[in-house]
Design a protein around this ligand. Structure first.
Ligand SMILES: [Zn+2]
Length: 294
């Protein structure tokens, strides 16, 4: 089914400014832990083109996801903004930074804690790895304190959602990841938590991201409900850049950094065309892709 039909079904983006249906609010949210690369560019093309195709009133927010204080750098943020401007992707309104929103995350955590949904976790990453958390500290009743992580109890259950591109999805977050880490032992808010709180407070109703992140969507939806969001956002997971039919393109393949391509004299149009063609979207820009599915 067409992406735009699905947008309309989910109450987003009618293209009619008189409509009472919710206006589309989406976001572009890079982490300032490196330079802008072609994967970001493909994501930006989708984000802005869907917003443009959804009619007047649609908004694209720019959020700097610098929740990881150890890896985020102001010089990367400055470079990301400069490259985005060069590519002519202009956001609506002021940009936000996760590093400045700690009080909001704290408040969301307070709500969860008051309902008895959180607990302290003393496990280190090396002890448990980054996959499924077996609930080691669930019943230890550790007092939350510096040096302890904070986890959210996820009860067993199935999350169902309709991805705008991939269709019906079913996931079981508690089986996939176990109780979610909200804040790590060093006091850093986790990506999952910060993003879900931000999307809620900023009224983001469409999240556009790569299909490599599809597995974590069910837990984001579950988390959104737990923090009090009645209607979680819609999701669109787009294809990834491919080196060939089976291999994902990575930074080590070279010629993926926007800075490098600029330095070699590429135009912004050429960079955008490169991102679309590496995604296998042979018709060029995604606007064409969208309208061809209309
Ligand atoms: Zn633990």
């Amino acid at each position: 089914m067409e992406i735009q039909t699905r947008l309309i079904e989910q109450g987003l983006g009618t293209g009619d400014p008189q409509s009472l249906i919710t206006r589309l609010i989406t976001r572009f949210a890079p982490a300032p832990t490196g330079y802008l690369h072609l994967g970001h560019v493909l994501n930006a093309i989708y984000v802005w083109d869907i917003a443009r195709a959804s009619g007047p009133g649609a908004r694209v927010l720019l959020r700097i996801e610098d929740h990881d204080r150890a890896r985020s750098r102001p010089e990367f943020e400055a470079a990301l903004l400069e490259d985005l401007a060069w590519l002519r992707f202009a956001a609506d309104g002021e940009l936000t930074r996760q590093s400045e929103r700690g009080a909001l995350y704290e408040r969301a955590l307070d709500e969860l804690r008051a309902r008895g949904l959180t607990y302290g976790c003393e496990c280190s990453r090396t002890e448990i790895g980054s996959g499924w958390y077996p609930g080691t500290c669930r019943d230890k009743r550790l007092r939350e304190s510096a040096g302890l992580g904070i986890r959210l109890r996820l009860e067993p259950g199935v999350e169902r959602f309709d991805d705008l591109r991939l269709g019906r999805q079913e996931q079981q977050p508690s089986e996939q990841c176990g109780d979610l880490l909200i804040r790590d032992r060093h006091g850093n808010w986790t990506y999952q938590f910060a993003v879900v709180v931000d999307d809620w407070l900023q009224h983001v109703n469409l999240v556009v991201r790569g299909e490599d992140l599809l597995d974590s969507t069910g837990r984001q939806i579950q988390l959104a409900r737990l923090i009090g969001r009645e209607r979680p956002p819609a999701f669109l997971h787009h294809e990834l850049l491919m080196k060939n039919a089976t291999q994902k393109l990575s930074k080590s393949d070279g010629e993926t950094g926007v800075r490098d391509l600029r330095a070699k004299g590429w135009s912004s149009e050429a960079v955008i065309d490169r991102a679309t063609s590496l995604a296998g979207l042979s018709r060029g820009r995604i606007t064409k892709f969208l309208s061809s599915h209309h």
